[in-house]
Design a protein around this ligand. Sequence first.
Ligand code: SF4
Length: 288
Amino acid sequence: MNNNQCNLCPNLCKIDKELKKGACGTDSKIRIAKFYLHPFEEPIISGTKGSGTIFFCGCSLKCVFCQNFELSRNLRGKEISVNELADIFKKLEDEGAHNINLVNPTHYSNKIIEALKIYRPNIPIVYNTHGYENIEIIEQLNYYVDVYLPDVKYFSPAIAKRYTGKENYFEVASKAVSFMIDSKPLIFDNNGLIRQGVVVRHLVLPQCTSDSKKILDWYANIKDKAYINVMSQYTPFGELESFPELKRKITRREYDTVMDYAIALGIEKMFYQEFESADEKYIPKWDY
Ligand code: SF4
């Protein structure tokens, strides 16, 4: 990245983050909300000891219903240096983490590469993203990242626009995720934990089963090269006065409709959630 022209995500703010904040809400300083051994990722990621998860503040997508809005929008967290980030990688590795899991890292990807040049753990690096990614930046990250954990959230430009303001979400995310899948074939260790590969995540939203089915139609063409997690955990959060359809959890019928469709498409490398997963207990308590 040219420091004067931030292009770390498709928002392409082209600003100097040393001088001002971009659409992601962040400047050149790293802010994190928490790091710990996270037990609730997919079993091939959390394993028995947990995933060494670092939650970054700010967000370049900003969905209206974000369950992590305190950090994504309000930047609740603590400023750290690149050296301190490298120290956190080491600390989590020493605590027994199966991997280093970078949650919402897009707008810090240049700093993350700097930290990985200082200390590169001997465990996989997991890039846990909303999927709205600039492929040129993913190409730069590819040497350092072992596992991608991208969301594919919306198919319809109208829905993406309504919930994020980014009409081109699917066009951008589908290209980025296809690139990730092509560049990281699945590899597992002897304990069944992922060492390299992609786990796509799709959160089923209220009144959006048709949109979920279109995403699965797209995913069916690449279904054997990666895993997908079809998630039921949507929980209403944030200022939803203008989005009345989002003020409820999904119904069991909505989730079953999407899961049945995935099964009918022959998608086998798939995770699903217990329907009761729509519970605030799965949302971490923020430390800073
Ligand atoms: S990372 Fe932030 S400043 Fe850079 S292009 Fe994206 S939104 Fe803009």
